[in-house]
Design a protein around this ligand. Structure first.
Ligand code: HEC
Length: 173
């Protein structure tokens, strides 16, 4: 009887610990704009792949993204700016509602992070060109909050040869 009581008390401490840990973890999870971007990135239907290929590419030499491999897709609105070979048209300006998702892979099979550009000028997280910058790990934790408005991204994505901030054409001609 007494040992039963001890077991119950131990169990309660254990459960309490798990609850505390999981509620802390929740704080790092995507919320607000980040959560919206994360949900949009996970829904893969209706996208077109860069150069019509879902094969993984090696991250380029100019990449600011630490993962080894990547592949990039465009939602139906963004895909209107792709030419017949699946590359971005020269001089393109993406229309409102465009979503570009770069899937970053840690290795050949493990998706590590989503890097996203979402043209949504009405968002309070949009930059001067109307882009919202998302950087969210595959598990839903936030690598760089959208509220930073691309401050960690824009200088590199403004380099010569970008098209409306896009660098895929330049590094994967
Ligand atoms: C030091 C340069 C650099 C920085 C900083 C950088 N990027 Fe990139 N990014 C690249 C390059 C180069 C590519 C082309 C693909 C590759 O090699 O990774 C790219 C590709 C992308 C793409 C695919 C669309 C395209 O054509 O460019 C997205 C989306 C993206 N980056 C988002 C971000 C976000 C979000 C941040 C900031 C949190 C960021 N990038 C910071 C260099 C950078």
């Amino acid at each position: 009887m007494k040992s039963n009581l001890v077991a119950v008390i131990v169990l309660m401490f254990f459960l309490g610990g798990i609850l505390t840990i999981s509620s802390c973890k929740k704080d790092e999870q995507a919320a607000g704009t980040d959560k919206e971007l994360y949900e949009m990135a996970k829904a893969t239907s209706g996208f077109t792949w860069f150069k019509h290929s879902s094969s993984l590419l090696n991250t380029s030499s100019g990449s600011g993204h630490p993962q080894a491999f990547l592949r990039t897709r465009y939602n139906a609105v963004a895909a209107t700016m792709l030419d017949s070979s699946g590359k971005i048209m020269t001089g393109a300006t993406f229309p409102e509602g465009s979503l570009i998702v770069k899937e970053l892979f840690d290795n050949a099979t493990t998706l590590g992070r989503y890097a996203m550009l979402y043209k949504n000028p009405g968002s309070s997280d949009a930059d001067a060109k109307g882009w919202v910058w998302g950087y969210i790990n595959a598990d839903g934790s936030v690598a760089e909050p959208a509220s930073n408005k691309g401050s960690a991204c824009i200088s590199c994505h403004s380099q010569a040869g970008n098209i409306d901030y896009m660098l895929m054409n330049k590094y994967f001609p």
